[in-house]
Ligand binder design. Structure first.
Ligand code: NAD
Ligand code: MG
Length: 367
């Protein structure tokens, strides 16, 4: 099967009455029919940012304005804009336009836009419809699916938020042609994650195709996105609000978040920190006797092949890691909970690494 503009490949996120489809195809943005079935009424608010608007906003609006009331909000770009103040700008625009409970918000952009628009939709008049149109690889394989929405607080990332599922996720793979190389690699970190936690055959496939994925082969990217979304959809359907198994989606993230927070958000991209973090998780799994030396070498090779960092930042000692890791939302009481690997393709959640072993692992990890 290959994707063509006229035949999106689709899958369903199975959440009972909150179920929704994910459609993947090049050119979806240009087809007004792709959005229409998911609109709650005639009022449509597209929210995007200053980088994405000149690239894709007019294309998305084309063919909608004749019979619908289409408005837009264009926010500045960057993680630092993921604040309640930006969400207030969205609410202000909705109220100024007189939009009611049957309006639909459309998030056109990466994960920053998607998270904010989802949160704005969750709260506006106690909840209105929204549609995700993700334009980064990371948002296409991860943040647009699963209903986690929110903003950052000065004291912590993603600290204010809600679970609020979109009506649909529309992935136009053509948008990846304009994505900077570093952002592509960052998205591939999350793609590799799905193979590592749940699908060894997908990991084999990624090893065989990483070069073409980096060259942005359209069919292979579509395939990688669909398989990633299918895995995320399965995990989310089993545990929508992260009472248990959904935490496995955080492979590499406890180490990764510590790196991002310590370095200052934006210096390392999230996916880059997750890349290094997944190798750290694999090496710790090796120390615990669960992975072989050859398994760890495979993880290192695919992370390097995706253009992701493997070493931890030179400026971070074990204390710097542990201090941040103790604040992780996954922890229960004061035990550090980590997602580790029982095997390649099989994640486990583990909170019994003895503190002294974790510290000596962190001391010895390559910088
Ligand atoms: P991002 O939204 O900041 O996008 C990265 C950069 O790419 C930005 O400068 C953006 O303007 C630009 N961009 C977007 N699409 C483009 C395109 N097609 N061509 C050129 N440039 C483009 O970052 P991201 O990596 O997409 O998302 C990161 C955010 O997602 C973080 O805030 C993170 O917390 C969140 N996130 C949420 C979830 C979730 O489950 N809700 C999961 C993972 C990450
Ligand atoms: Mg992530």
């Amino acid at each position: 099967m290959t994707a063509t503009p006229s035949s999106p490949r689709s899958l369903n996120v199975d959440l009972g009455e909150r179920s929704y489809p994910i459609h993947v195809a090049p050119g979806l943005l240009d087809d007004p029919q792709s959005l229409r079935p998911y609109l709650a009424g005639r009022q449509v608010m597209i929210v995007t940012n200053e980088t994405v608007a000149p690239l894709y906003l007019e294309r998305l609006k084309g063919g909608l304005e004749d019979d619908l009331d289409v408005r837009e909000v264009i926010l500045p770009d960057g993680e630092h804009t993921k604040t309640l103040a930006s969400v207030e700008r969205i609410w202000d625009a909705l109220l100024a336009a007189g939009f009611n409970r049957r309006c639909t918000l459309v998030a056109l952009g990466g994960g920053v836009i998607g998270d904010m628009v989802g949160y704005a939709a969750a709260c506006y008049q106690r909840g209105v419809a929204f549609i995700q149109v993700p334009t980064t690889l990371l948002s296409q394989v991860d943040s647009s699916v699963g209903g986690k929405t929110g903003v950052n607080h000065p004291r912590g990332k993603n600290m204010i938020g809600a679970f609020w599922q979109p009506r649909a996720v529309l992935i136009d793979t053509g948008t990846l042609t304009s994505l900077p190389d570093r952002e592509l690699s960052a998205g591939l970190a999350e793609v590799i994650k799905y193979g590592l936690i749940r699908d060894a055959a997908f990991l084999d496939w990624l090893e065989a195709n990483m070069g073409e994925l980096l060259d942005r082969d359209a069919d292979l990217l579509s395939e990688a996105i669909l398989r990633s979304c299918a895995i995320k959809a399965e995990v989310v359907a089993a545990d929508e609000t992260e009472q248990g198994a959904r935490a496995m989606l955080n492979l590499g993230h406890t180490f990764g978040h510590a790196i991002e927070a310590h370095q200052g958000y934006g210096k390392w991209l999230h996916g880059e920190a997750v890349g290094a973090g997944m190798l750290m998780a694999a090496m710790l799994s090796r120390q615990l006797g669960w992975l072989s030396e050859a398994d760890v070498a495979r993880v290192a090779r695919i992370i390097a092949a995706a253009g992701l960092p493997m070493a931890a930042p030179a400026s971070m000692d074990a204390d710097a890691f542990l201090e941040r890791m103790r604040l992780d939302k996954k922890n229960i009481d004061d035990r550090i909970r980590l997602v580790l690997l029982n095997a390649l393709g099989e994640a486990c959640i583990h909170d019994e690494t003895p503190p002294a072993q974790l510290r000596s692992f962190l001391d010895d990890y390559p910088r």
